[in-house]
Write a protein that binds this ligand. Structure first.
Ligand SMILES: [Fe+2]
Ligand SMILES: [Fe+2]
Length: 280
C-alpha cells in the first residue's frame, strides 16, 4: 500500500474547515481585524461557547464573569483568541479514531507543539506565528489517519511506544512501509492549505529536507515538537527528535544558549495559555 492509497476512500476524515484558512488571513495589523474575528466567531455557536469558556477560565479567580464575545476577546487578547479559533476548527480531526486515550494524547501534543513553536516564532519574528500555530496543530495529522485506518496495528504501535518509548517514525516504516509524515502529506494534498503547512507535515522530522522557503516554519514546529515531548506530552522518546532539533537549530541559527532562552520563552507562553489545553 502507498500513502496515497491510505487516504483514498478516507470518507470519515473531513476536509479542513474553511474557518482555519480564514483565520490565518485575518491580520492582527489591521484595525478591523478584531471585528472580523468576532464576526467569524459569531457565525459558529460551538466556537462562541468555546471562546467564552476559555476566557472565563483564563479569568479564574477574578470576580466578574465574561459573558460577551467582545469581553472575551479583550480578556484573551487577539492572538490567543485566534489560536482558540484555530484549535476549535481542527479539534474534530482528533476525535474520530477508536484509539481513545491515545487520541487525547495526540491532541494535547498538537496543542503544546503549536503553542510553544509559535511562541518561539513570535520571539524570533521570523515567520507568521499564526501559521506556525496551525502547522503545529496538524503536524502529526498522519498519526490520526493511521489510527483511523489501522486501528488495531497502529493502536498497538502507539501503546508500545507509550510504554517503552522509542522512535515512532522508524517503527512505522518497518510495519507499514511508510510513516505518518508521508501519510499526512498525502492527506494535505487533498486540502487546499498553504504549501508551508504541507511542508511542515511532510518534513517536521527532517527540516533540512524541506523546500528552502518553508524551512524556518518547519524548524519552528520541529522545536515545538521537541519541547512537547520533553514535557512528556506526546508519544515516543524525546531523544528520537534529536536529529530534527539539531537541523532546526541550524536553520534558525540558534546556539545552545539561544535555544535555551527560546525554550524558556515557550514554556512561559504555555503557562500563560494553559487554559487553551485544559479547557479543550
Ligand atoms: Fe511527527
Ligand atoms: Fe509531533
Amino acid at each position: 500500500m502507498t500513502p496515497q492509497e491510505v487516504i483514498q476512500n478516507l470518507g470519515e476524515l473531513p476536509p479542513l474547515p474553511q474557518v482555519a484558512t480564514q483565520v490565518i488571513r485575518i491580520s492582527a495589523a489591521s484595525d478591523t481585524s478584531s471585528e472580523e474575528l468576532k464576526d467569524l466567531i459569531r457565525t459558529d455557536q460551538a466556537l462562541s461557547t468555546q471562546v467564552l469558556k476559555i476566557a472565563n477560565s483564563a479569568m479564574f479567580g477574578r470576580a466578574r464573569e465574561v459573558t460577551t464575545l467582545t469581553q472575551a476577546i479583550m480578556t484573551l487578547g487577539f492572538a490567543t483568541t485566534r489560536s482558540v479559533v484555530l484549535a476549535c476548527s481542527v479539534k474534530h480531526l482528533f476525535n474520530r479514531g477508536p484509539a481513545g486515550i491515545q487520541e487525547r494524547i495526540l491532541w494535547e501534543h498538537a496543542l503544546v507543539s503549536a503553542l510553544t513553536g509559535s511562541a518561539i516564532g513570535k520571539a524570533m519574528r521570523v515567520t507568521s506565528a499564526e501559521e506556525v500555530f496551525l502547522a503545529g496543530l496538524i503536524h502529526d495529522i498522519g498519526k490520526s489517519v493511521l489510527a483511523l485506518k489501522f486501528p488495531e496495528a497502529y493502536g498497538a504501535l502507539l501503546r508500545s511506544l507509550q510504554n517503552q518509548g522509542g522512535d515512532g517514525l522508524s517503527v512505522e516504516l518497518d510495519i507499514f512501509g511508510f510513516d505518518h509524515a508521508m501519510v499526512g502529506e498525502a492527506l494535505l494534498r487533498s486540502w487546499s492549505i498553504t504549501e508551508g503547512i504541507e511542508a511542515v507535515v511532510r518534513w517536521h522530522h527532517d527540516p533540512l529536507e524541506a523546500p528552502a522557503d518553508y524551512r524556518q516554519l518547519v524548524a519552528l514546529v520541529a522545536l515545538g515538537n521537541q519541547v512537547a515531548l520533553d514535557l512528556q506530552v506526546g508519544i515516543g522518546s524525546p531523544d528520537s527528535l534529536a536529529g530534527a532539533t539539531w537541523e532546526a537549530m541550524d536553520i534558525l541559527h540558534l546556539d545552545a544558549g539561544s535555544y535555551e532562552r527560546h525554550r524558556i520563552t515557550a514554556l512561559e507562553a504555555l503557562e500563560r495559555d494553559k487554559a487553551l489545553i485544559t479547557e479543550f
